[in-house]
Design a protein around this ligand. Structure first.
Ligand code: ADP
Ligand code: ASP
Ligand code: MG
Length: 440
């Protein structure tokens, strides 16, 4: 028996309309659902951690009332399990906030504990809603079905799943629809962990791998699109390879988490991305895809470092010294570029890593460096991207991230939207002509 995995994101679980597809697949049976926290709840919980740690006036009432409002809207505020979980997480948040204020820093384990509340509540509310629709649904925390994560707070990996398949299949055979928390886990060492923001997709992909099924990722758009539809007009991309989807996700197309794609690739899971409001599945992510550019992704949360050495021309090991210093400081280098005759190297890092990067470069003797925060990075993803398509006026840096699969340009932040718009037009034209060509 193959139990299908269907994951519903934050907007999808937040209303009766968004849950329409959940009701349909649950009624058909043979499924396990994975759910995210309600829209906005994880952001509010994150804010709570930061504000409590900085000694500010904090009110766990804000994320809690967001959850209560959703439960009311879905007509299940009086469900016993919903009331119980709301009471429990209310107590938890109030105590953790006090500890964070005393600590005076956003302890990563306490942060994970606070963030875990969003998914724990959503699973109970969604299960109660499905029960009110006549489906025998039951809520589970991911550890209740045997998923175990690494100990890494904030970005744990799912590392064990003993007994998971038997347990889920047994429930489904008994006519139960399990509703499992995405994004959160319990670690080998017994800590509550989170898998990285947006990580419910990853829970779903791993669970599908364990169950030997496809992973349906239901969200608020029709699939992976040629660009962020919230920024420019975009079209659905029917098919992406794993490699393309990993790069698109890491380059800013947040619709599908890159960790989910990586897990799916390693476990042989086909991912189908669709719109939970309409039931339409627009994109399949699997092995291989037709050549050509497919997605224009962008990120604004980056900084550009320009590192200059007293002697960099004909000097072996320069790039190695720079990247080792950054690596030793725990900085993840997103992109790097230099030209043959120029005495400097451009390095792109996430703004979260900027401080650590600055410290690491200060420690390098004989190098000067500068930092620009007002930049964004735009990446065209697709096997066989022709760099001549990615002609961008005013680009600060251009580099090929992976031979023939992605092309990246760094541009001033105020130019990002225009560059995305221009490149999305090019990608859409190319996609249309290849689909048309395929048919003809
Ligand atoms: P969910 O809560 O369902 O996981 P996310 O907010 O994580 O949803 O991802 C869906 C959102 O991703 C879309 O609403 C859209 O704004 C954004 N997005 C960014 N880039 C893309 C893209 N290339 N294709 C589709 N959506 C994208
Ligand atoms: N609720 C989590 C977040 O907002 C996980 C997810 O949505 O996938 O990051
Ligand atoms: Mg998401």
């Amino acid at each position: 028996m193959a139990v299908e995995v269907h994951k519903f994101g934050g907007t999808s679980v937040s209303s009766v309309d968004g849950l329409r597809t959940a009701v349909r697949v649950a009624e058909d049976g043979g499924v396990v659902l994975v759910v995210s926290a309600f829209a906005g709840v994880t952001d509010e919980l994150e804010r709570l951690v930061v504000e409590a740690a900085s000694g500010g006036a904090v009110d766990p009432g804000v994320p809690l009332s967001l959850c209560e409002e959703r439960a009311e809207e879905l007509g299940v505020a009086e469900d016993g399990e919903v009331r119980e979980v709301l009471g429990e997480v209310g107590d938890l948040l109030r105590s953790v906030v006090v500890i964070l204020r005393q600590l005076g820093r956003p302890d990563p384990r306490l942060r994970d504990l606070v963030l875990s509340v969003g998914e724990r509540v959503a699973a109970r509310v969604v299960a109660a809603f499905l029960r009110s629709e006549g489906v025998e649904a039951r809520a589970f925390d991911s550890w209740d079905i045997g998923l175990v994560t690494s100990d890494q707070p904030g970005n744990a990996d799912i590392v064990r799943w003993e007994g998971t398949r038997g347990l889920v299949e047994g429930l489904v055979e008994d006519g139960v629809v399990p509703v499992v928390t995405g994004f959160i886990g319990r670690s080998v060492g017994g800590y509550v962990t989170t898998l990285g923001r947006g990580g419910s997709d990853y829970t779903a992909a791993v669970l599908a791998g364990v169950l030997g099924s496809d992973a349906f990722i239901w969200t608020d758009v029709d699939g992976i699109m040629t660009a962020d539809p919230g920024v420019v007009e975009a079209e659905v991309v029917p098919r992406l390879s794993y490699e393309e989807a990993v790069i698109a996700g890491a380059s800013g197309a947040e619709v599908l988490h890159p960790k989910a794609v990586e897990a799916a690739m390693n476990m042989g899971v086909v991912i189908r991305v669709g719109n939970s409001f309409t039931g339409r599945v627009g994109t399949v992510v699997c092995e291989g895809s037709p050549p050509g550019p497919k997605v224009v992704a962008h990120r604004l949360d980056v900084v550009l470092l320009t590192v200059r050495g007293a002697k960099m021309v004909d000097e072996p090991g320069v790039i190695g010294r720079i990247t080792s210093a950054l690596g030793d400081a725990g900085v993840n280098v997103l992109a790097i570029s230099s030209a043959v005759s120029e005495p400097f190297v451009n390095v792109l890092v996430s703004e979260d890593d900027a401080e650590a990067a600055a410290g690491a470069l200060d420690g390098l003797e004989g190098y000067d460096w500068g930092l620009r925060e007002d930049v964004g990075v735009v990446t065209v993803v697709g096997r066989g991207v022709d760099p001549s398509l990615v002609r961008v006026e005013g680009a600060l840096v251009g580099c090929s991230a992976l031979e023939g699969v992605a092309y990246t340009v760094v541009v001033p932040e105020e130019d990002v939207e225009g560059v995305v718009r221009g490149l999305a037009r090019v990608v859409t034209r190319s996609l249309r002509s290849s689909v048309g060509g395929g048919r003809g």
